[in-house]
Design a protein around this ligand. Structure first.
Ligand code: GLC
Length: 756
């Protein structure tokens, strides 16, 4: 035994030593590769003319699928051959990208093009919209979704995904809330990391990796009144506490690129904002990648009234740290003169060019400009069944069960007759959501509708009836009678209501976020038949549907679930998947409450109960509570929380506390629960929110199974920006809240942070 132990020890030590040396080697290898690339970049830079350098800062879009104002119809191929273009967006597919890359190989220095695309939630196979994926709170699923999208895109000649969009938003009137991860900086940061790592996989140069692009830098989601592109005005405190953390997380996760934003921030357009792009991003955070402007945001600084003409826009944007000009034609048309006249230094141009060339070297494009143009690989990978199956699994996890009175769900699979009623029951294209890439006819026909999903699930056993009942967004009730009659012939009614896919997304803000048209009246009429009614609500944002929420027994929020939507919905409706989603954003009762979010301040006159509103921070006409809270979501089973223990009741800021507790599945279904940790800093030099999400854990439990969960409460989670905006900890009491939602706290405790 002793002999075994000493040999074991020797092996163990040898392994440790090997790991250490290997680790050093890996780091050494990385830094040597970095140095080698910089030498190649500098060598190439030395050969480049001014015009060729500026060409690298110039990005054109193909107008096949323009996602912004079209600025010119010049001959792109000729300009590429002249070395006037560094990147193209909206050209995808091996065949097309090869054509443009061949043009680049005819330029004097043969500098390869970068191909970028809006791979926002899937490439050829459309996954749930990002806000839906965020509702899964499943970092593995979210990362895997990005990984698969990157694999498809890279096999299609793309090296750059304009994602993840990491804009925090607390205003569901803003249409682009569908594209992000909701309202919370902690959840948003965790998801930013998952998505950046998903897109970049094993690192640039891998044939299944694409550059991530954290966007839109910064604070775009705080557009005044939720109106897209509107001004943003906020304190430095709110900027640093709420809107910047997911961007910092993206930098720390190694995001290769950033995209700036259309909005001004406190009077300065983000595109021309050196505080954001140079001081914070490239300075304090040490970001070594490059920044691309958003579509035309450089010349749009003229509209902002921030610069007087396009030449000034080019000068200000480049000096502020915008390295590449997306579809603005500002750099290519103005920088040569600006440099020659000394109004822009060649050093500034060189810095931007080096950042871009570095990525092209890291991607291996100089070694082989056509390495992403392999038709066999494209045919084998793109649109593969395995990716489509994954889309269904992610969609299952993204749905949120908002109500299930009397456990109406899951439905039995042997019902005699089911009526499916509503304008979204047979909708297909809508399932894609706003940012799905347009694959022509496939885009319209491939998504599985709810009706098809139920059909696939039940086969011929159950009779399925259908009535549209009404349109999404008009006032006609001519089809109500048919819908009511249909409902009366069924055992159960499944309804599908909501927005259309293009009522959220870019430039899709709504002042009224109620479910449009007469859909809720239809629900009421169907409910009045006395039949059991399940309502699926579909949309790209939190919608308001108070009447429906109050009158039907079961509600499932399905967002836009992508190409496998109908199958995933049927999986949940008939119990083959127990819903596990939690809301990543607050659902208001009324637009008048907006902005509404869980991490509110207590104020000097907090509303303690709704019956005593005199001189309290409250409305006359609506309570302060949301319709559905951040972190809320039900399951077909129930969970009990117990036995909270803190490893200490007092620590200094060099120590941590382990909070451990038990979660038990007390129902009859296996299910997943997202246990959430909120902290409250009770007294500080600046007021703190009544609770802040600081950790979460998604666990699967069989019926009657218990698991102990531990959260580490460390200095990072206790820190704040003090009055001087220094990131510090301050001694005092902290409340610990653990629960199933921000408004469903099951365990509480407290501890003291001591002076050191
Ligand atoms: C759009 C969007 C941006 C997108 C870009 C390219 O205007 O704001 O998110 O990546 O243009 O399509």
């Amino acid at each position: 035994m002793l002999l075994f132990r000493s040999n074991y020890r020797k092996c163990f030590l040898l392994l440790i030593l090997l790991a250490y040396v290997t680790g050093l080697n890996a780091q050494t290898f990385k830094s040597e590769a970095k140095i080698a690339i910089q030498q190649k970049v500098n060598k190439l830079l030395a050969k480049m003319t001014l015009e060729e350098k500026i060409g690298q800062l110039n990005q054109y879009a193909s107008y096949k699928n323009a996602t912004g104002p079209i600025s010119s119809t010049g001959n792109m191929i000729d300009e590429i051959k002249q070395g006037r273009v560094g990147s193209i967006l909206k050209v995808n597919g091996v065949a097309d990208t090869r054509i443009y890359q061949q043009a680049a190989m005819q330029s004097r220095l043969k500098i390869p093009l970068l191909f970028g695309e809006d791979v926002i939630h899937g490439y050829r196979i459309t996954f749930p919209i990002p806000l839906a994926e965020a509702a899964s709170w499943d970092m593995d699923a979210i990362g895997f979704s990005a990984r698969l999208a990157a694999t498809e895109a890279a096999a299609s000649g793309i090296q750059w995904a304009f994602a993840p969009m990491v804009d925090i938003s607390r205003d569901p009137r803003w249409g682009r809330v569908m594209e992000g991860a909701g309202e919370d900086p902690y959840l948003g940061s965790r998801i930013a990391i998952a998505r950046v790592k998903g897109f970049q996989g094993n690192g640039l140069g891998s044939l299944d990796a694409v550059m991530a692009c954290a966007k839109h830098f910064a604070a775009y989601g705080a557009a005044i009144a939720g109106r897209d592109y509107n001004a943003v005005d906020m304190s430095d405190r709110t900027l640093w506490e709420v809107y910047l953390p997911p961007f910092k997380a993206a930098v720390d996760a190694g995001a290769a690129t950033f995209m700036n934003s259309f909005n001004e921030l406190n009077g300065i357009p983000a595109t021309g904002n050196s505080y954001l792009q140079r001081n914070i991003l490239k300075g304090k955070w040490g970001f070594g990648g490059f920044v691309v402007s958003d579509w035309g945001s450089i010349p749009e600084m003229v509209n902002h009234g921030f610069v007087k003409n396009n030449s000034e826009a080019a000068r200000v944007a480049l000096n502020a740290g915008s390295d590449m000009d997306m579809e603005g034609r500002s750099y290519i048309n103005n920088l040569p003169i600006l440099v020659k006249s000394g109004r822009v230094s060649i050093a500034t141009v060189n810095d931007a060019v080096k950042r871009i060339l570095t990525k092209k070297f890291e991607l291996g494009l100089f070694a082989d400009p056509f390495r992403f143009c392999n038709q066999q690989r494209e045919a084998a990978i793109v649109n593969s069944p395995s990716i489509r199956n994954a889309a269904r699994a992610v969609a299952q996890k993204s749905m949120v069960l908002l109500k299930n009175e009397g456990s109406l769900l899951p439905l039995a699979k042997n019902l005699k007759t089911i009526a499916l009623i509503g304008p979204l029951v047979k909708a297909k294209k809508d399932m894609n959501g706003f940012w799905a890439l347009p694959w022509g006819v496939a885009h319209e026909t491939e998504p599985v509708s709810l009706f098809e999903g139920v059909q696939n699930k039940l086969g011929g056993q159950t009779k399925l009836l259908f009535a549209k009942g009404c349109n999404i967004n008009d006032t006609s009730k001519v089809d109500f009678a048919e819908a009511i009659a249909t409902a009366k012939n069924a055992d159960v009614v499944i309804m599908a209501i909501g927005e259309s896919y293009d009522m959220s997304g870019e430039a899709k803000s709504r002042s009224n976020i109620h479910i449009p048209g007469v859909q809720e009246e239809l629900v009421k009429a169907i409910q009045a038949t006395g039949k059991p009614v399940v309502v699926l609500v579909m949309g790209g944002r939190p919608l308001i549907f108070n009447q429906t929420a109050d009158c039907v027994p079961a509600i499932l929020y399905t967002w836009w679930l992508g190409v496998e939507a109908g199958n995933a919905m049927a999986d949940v409706l008939f119990g083959d998947y127990n819903p596990s989603g939690k809301l990543p954003i607050t659902f208001p009762q009324s637009e008048g409450q907006i902005p509404i979010y869980y991490a509110t301040k207590n104020t000097g006159r907090p509303l303690i109960n709704d019956n005593d509103r005199a001189y309290k921070s409250a409305y006359l006409d609506v309570s302060n509570t949301p319709k559905f809270a951040f972190g809320y979501g039900l399951s077909y089973t129930t969970f009990k929380y117990s036995n909270l223990k803190l490893s200490a009741k007092a620590i200094n800021n060099l120590q941590s506390i382990i909070a451990s507790f038990t979660v038990t599945n007390t129902g009859n279904y296996a299910g997943e629960e997202v246990a959430q940790l909120y902290l409250r800093n009770r007294v500080a030099s600046v007021t703190r929110p009544v609770k802040e999400l600081k950790d979460f854990c998604k666990i699967k439990l069989m019926p009657s199974e218990s698991k102990t969960i531990t959260f580490v409460i460390n200095k990072q989670k206790l820190s704040l920006y003090n009055q001087q905006m220094q990131w510090v900890t301050e001694p005092g009491m902290f409340g610990v809240m653990i629960g199933s939602a921000s408004d469903d706290i099951r365990l509480v405790d407290e501890f003291e942070l001591l002076k050191r």
